[in-house]
Design a protein around this ligand. Structure first.
Ligand code: FES
Length: 322
């Protein structure tokens, strides 16, 4: 994985999608040009004022090259990103974004796709649904939200009604008679050989990991949009930057990224929660204390790269390719 390049786009339209969810349509500055292609499940990083960077999934059909569409949920715990998008940004604004990257790619050989969305977690799955349609792969969506008014992009889903590949099942647990989505039942009901993709809040994904524990790893896919583990800040260690020949001390209570920024070294970063993969750095020596949700277990075990926003060191020293 390498750092992405950036480009400028114009915010062409903002749409109300659901309670606390706005949709944004981003287009090239020159309408005669195309945007870099993306694959279903990809995301872009938005570069916001004050050095903020936030990752948002692309929700439109990957066949489209004239626009990117994202959905932004106003997060009650917003550290500035979603609040800025909901309250400050105006149609027509020029934004800097990273080119699309995909950490939640589809296996296009699957005979059937099951999608499980919680709230704003619907966004990457919308692009996957469009891709399934293009491939002619039958799919089923289980979409959980508190109420219908909290569920974004329902008109997009309604447009698939009557298509033979499509099966949309909505679950509103806070409506009269509603109950939580039964993930064990969802998994038990999957057609043979189906792949399953989930995106949503941490409790939904924790239940999903339990419900899918019986399935082969290769058929189970998920994307977190909030950290599952705390960043590693509990030990002090030395970090040597091989390329710049500098050494720094990370103290207890400090993240590795904070230590780097403090001495003026700024690797690319975005979410600062170990979920977007932007801050990946090669490890030349030492054993990282991995806390991210980007690397697979095998990649973590190789100890040759790490996410510096959240991961630390198991020993006293790391040497990084910085
Ligand atoms: S900045 Fe997103 S994983 Fe580190």
């Amino acid at each position: 994985m390498t750092a992405t390049s950036t480009l400028q786009v114009r915010l062409r339209a903002t749409t109300y999608e659901a309670s606390n969810i706005l949709g944004f349509e981003l287009v090239p500055l020159d309408p005669a040009t195309s945007l870099p292609a993306f694959t279903a499940g990809a995301h872009i990083d938005l570069h916001l004022p004050g050095g903020l960077r936030r990752s948002y999934s692309l929700l439109n059909d990957p066949q489209e090259t004239h626009r990117y569409r994202i959905g932004v949920n106003l997060d009650a715990q917003s550290r500035g990103g979603s609040r800025h998008m909901h309250e400050q940004i105006r149609t027509g604004t020029v934004l800097t974004i990273g080119t699309p990257r995909n950490l939640f790619a589809m296996d296009e050989s699957a005979p059937f796709n099951v999608f499980i969305a919680g709230g704003i977690g619907i966004t990457p799955l919308l692009s996957m649904i469009a891709r399934s349609q293009a491939l002619g792969t039958p799919w089923r969506l289980h979409y959980a939200a508190r109420t219908r008014s909290h569920a974004g992009f329902l008109p997009m889903l309604a447009s698939y009604q009557g298509q033979s590949e499509a099966d949309v099942r909505l679950n509103f647990d806070q409506e009269p008679g509603g109950q939580m989505l039964d993930l064990n039942a969802v998994i038990a009901d999957m057609p043979a050989g189906a792949h399953v993709y989930a995106c949503g809040p941490a409790p939904l994904l924790a239940a999903y990991e339990q419900a899918t524990a019986c399935l082969p790893n290769g058929r189970v896919h998920r994307e977190y949009f909030a950290a599952k583990e705390l960043a590693a800040t509990d030990g002090s260690y030395t970090v040597t930057l091989a390329r710049s020949q500098r050494t720094l001390q990370i103290s207890s209570g400090q993240t590795l990224l904070a230590g780097l920024l403090a001495i003026g070294v700024e690797p690319p970063f975005s979410c600062q929660q170990g979920i977007c993969g932007t801050c990946e750095v090669k490890v030349l020596e030492g054993t990282p204390d991995h806390r991210d949700m980007v690397l697979t277990d095998a990649e973590k075990a190789a100890n040759d790269r790490m996410m510096v926003c959240c991961s630390g060191a198991k020993g006293e020293r790391l040497v990084l390719d910085l």
